[in-house]
Design a protein around this ligand. Structure first.
Ligand SMILES: [Zn+2]
Length: 118
């Protein structure tokens, strides 16, 4: 086990700001059609571990395919800092680890996630 920490994160222009409290030891690289284009490294956390601080009004919700996932991106800078989905009645937030301050994503164990199949 690693260490549970609170990380702050943002989109590029800073309109969208959030915090996530989690033990982030692994990064998932997803092979779905959107993540391959954007180069996401992600981690999924329960909704309770996530707090959006600002920028809801600047967010665009993009959905495709099975539309299970809300791909939220900033209308100003285009960065998709996180997204949300529900599974088995539980709301989850998928965070773009590259948007977190002070997290060395290169130090994390890299896992492959087969999002293409969902
Ligand atoms: Zn932005």
């Amino acid at each position: 086990m690693g260490e549970t920490k609170t990380y702050s994160g943002s989109c590029h222009c800073g309109k969208i700001r959030f915090e996530v409290t989690a033990d982030i030891a692994k990064a998932s690289a997803c092979n779905c059609s959107i993540c391959t284009r954007t180069g996401w490294l992600m981690a999924s956390v329960p909704l309770e571990a996530f707090r959006q601080l600002s920028g809801k009004e600047s967010q665009v919700d993009y959905q495709f395919g099975s539309k299970t996932m809300h791909h939220l991106f900033c209308s100003t800078c285009g960065i998709r800092a996180f997204g949300s989905y529900a599974t088995d009645g539980q709301e989850k937030v998928v965070v773009n680890l590259r948007c977190l301050d002070g997290l060395d994503v290169d130090a994390l164990e890299l896992q492959k996630f087969d999002g293409k199949s969902y």
